[in-house]
Design a protein around this ligand. Sequence first.
Ligand SMILES: [Zn+2]
Length: 100
Amino acid sequence: MDITNFDDPDFVDFLWTLSDQLESEEQDILQRVVDGGRAAYGALSNKEKRIFDDIVDVNTITNCKRCGDPIPWNDMIEARNSGGYCSYCRNNKPNLDDDD
Ligand SMILES: [Zn+2]
């Protein structure tokens, strides 16, 4: 995916939250990028970049599974934990599983 969000504080918060759930090697890479932003990402080795991109990729829900709305970074962890739904759908559909 395209990583262009280093100036977005919500994206940085998302990385912080993720780092709690990672192995120490991944955590180290993530924290370097959180601290140093785009420059730190640019300074990663190819292997580290791949690890970072994978971490972001597997933890990112681009669009809500039900309504298709883009998921904002500040709701990403919740959306991921709920199975891929935006806050609107989570709050307005008590039985998301019945909707398909
Ligand atoms: Zn939705």
